[in-house]
Design a protein around this ligand. Structure first.
Ligand SMILES: CC(C)(COP(=O)(O)OP(=O)(O)OC[C@H]1O[C@@H](n2cnc3c(N)ncnc32)[C@H](O)[C@@H]1OP(=O)(O)O)[C@@H](O)C(=O)NCCC(=O)NCCS
Length: 184
């Protein structure tokens, strides 16, 4: 699959470049990543280099994951990263700490969900977060996801074990989804 860009209001979702490496390494060293993410810990510049130079282009090429840089516009600084794994339809995202709390990720998530439903046969986009990741949960809720309960997560933790996770999904047509009350 050839990478494509998305244009939610006030944002540009495009490709990561070598110019983003320092910021990726800085943002992914936030202690909240150790707690809630499965990114390498501690996170080094070499991790950013292999992510941007190898993992992301290989995953676009083999269709296993679409990953975008989130920017304020063309040539703008990196705000965060969002991705969609295929064929599972699992969304994942993070923002650099200075850019949180202004609705950026909910808007980016809505754009990625739209792309999933227009460009793939997916019937549902899924989200999960380690129990306690309230910022992520609120982002999913604000982006229109429906809560589906607390389960061992599909994405394994750094130790290779499943992590108890809040789960939600958004369906292309939501007639048969058993939505539950959001926990927080
Ligand atoms: C998850 C994350 C991307 C959310 O970013 P954000 O900028 O807060 O997102 P938004 O601005 O769209 O806010 C979404 C909601 O979360 C709320 N929120 C943000 N941080 C919060 C916190 N620490 N505690 C409680 N609520 C929080 C916002 O107020 C907003 O709520 P609202 O819809 O009721 O107004 C960001 O916190 C992050 O990058 N965290 C570290 C990486 C991570 O955990 N990624 C997700 C892994 S599943």
């Amino acid at each position: 699959m050839e990478p494509f860009s998305l244009h939610p209001d006030g944002l540009l979702l495009d490709q990561l470049t070598g110019a983003d490496l320092q910021l990726i390494a800085l943002y992914c060293s936030d202690p909240v990543f150790e707690q809630f993410m499965t990114t390498p810990w501690p996170y080094s510049l070499a991790d950013a280099e292999s992510f941007v130079g190898e993992y992301v282009p290989a995953a676009w090429a083999n269709g296993s994951e679409w990953t975008w840089a989130i920017r304020p516009g063309a040539g703008g600084e990196l705000l965060g990263v969002i991705s969609l794994r295929l064929p599972s339809g699992m969304i994942g995202f993070w923002l650099g700490a200075p850019h949180r709390g202004s609705g950026i990720m909910s808007a980016a998530t809505e754009a990625v969900v739209g792309a999933a439903f227009t460009r793939t046969p997916l019937q549902a986009v899924k989200w999960e977060a380690h129990v306690g990741n309230i910022a992520s949960l609120r982002t999913a809720r604000r982006a229109g996801f429906s809560y589906t309960g607390e389960h061992p997560g599909a994405i394994l933790g750094r130790d290779g074990n499943a992590v108890q996770s809040w789960t939600a999904e958004i369906q292309h047509s939501s007639h048969d989804l058993q939505a539950l009350e959001w926990p927080a």
